[in-house]
Write a new protein. Sequence first.
Length: 493
Amino acid sequence: AQLSRIGLASVKSVFSRSMADHASGSSTKGAIEPVRADDDASNPEMAEAWKVAGLRAAANGELAVVLLAGGQGTRLGSSKPKGMYDIGLPSGRTLFRLQCERLARLQRDAARHSTGKEASPITIPLYVMTSPFTHAETEAYFESNGYFGLDAKAVTFFQQGDLPCFSEAGAILMKSRSEVATAPDGNGGVYKALHASGCVADMKRRGVKHVYAYCVDNAAVKVGDPVFVGFCVSKACDAGAKVIQKAYPTEPVGVFTRRDGKVHVVEYSEMPESLATARLEEPKKAGETGDPGGGALKFDAANIVLHYYSISFLESCCDPEGPVQRQLAYHVARKKIPVVSDDGKESVTPIKPNGVKLEAFIFDVYKYAGDSVAFLNGVRAEDFAPVKNAEGAGKDSPCTARRLLSDLHRSWIEKNGGEVVGDGLIEIAPAVSYAGDGLQFAKGRRFAAGESVEQNVLVDATRVPAKSAENRRETEREEIRGDEDGAKRAKTK
């Protein structure tokens, strides 16, 4: 049964072309050129028009969202699906709850834009990619939480696929006498899985024209981002990516590049330091990375998996008989793969790598979009709060993510004429504001740190001595080196 599901002819073909590509280095041959964003999300002349176009697409039933959520929270110290992780906000919201409530708010914003009434039935279908390890628990979690305000009929769960593990000669390895050794096919397996599960067909049945995709481990993601979607709609592109500038030259993020005119992502581990630190000759623009007086980084379009697809391009990427799936070379990784022992009685893990695992990345298909790829510069503080490492790691951890969100939400309140009293975390529920909008009520009000501003609830901070916005902090924020309880404080002079 397992062998019939795998499809031997298909996987053998994938193995052969992937090994040939890896051996020849063809996917990395040729000089790479930098990708420069077409525009900035903060462009004051265009941002509102893009937002309107994105809301219109959602209101017309033309927008769908794909969530990549197959991973477990192993590095976070949890065996549960990563989306179920509580990052430590005052409300106790998990990643799934944060993101689904943002999508629910976007639906209401689109309805208000279309009809003037938030209660209008606007639905943005959500397709959640799980894995065999997370599928049942993810489904149960959504169901037990009422799908976080979303229509259960518009939420579809589908499983990421896997591929057999191979010997160097191309033989399929056996984990036991009756079980093939397999491994997940990477987040680029989303395309095959969308087709096999019927999700693409469902999108077309619903009249979807635009698809937004993202990963669950970004606590700041603007799910269905109307500005970014509207930008891509205005460009009439097949594919798009919202990128951010690198925090520093050797930041461990992949960057979008072009090779032979085609879009590629070069992972940080594959980027020579000489290229990672290379700078443009022209003076940097405001906000661009670079030492004072130096040029901006040459390769600076960091990939944070905020992706857009036209439905026609997505369908072509997912079609098992189409050119993408028939030509796509997977990435080769030589690993220690548990295999059945010689006597067939047990599975043993070798001391040295004994086989090959194949995986695809979600960005691998961008090269098939030709010139029809658009790039929009996002803002790191507004678009990217990764949750990848354990609490206390000091980088890309729950601690850093909740601080980033708190700083962002504090800035929303202050921009609307309000004040946060105290230096603790502050949170604004997605139902109250999607991206800093709708906070006019904050003017002249004070909010207590350590609280979450929920729908129709104002946090009363009058019990705390007032501070001016300019002098509200007597101490610097905790240095993010680990848990906040153990962080040091320094007096503000």
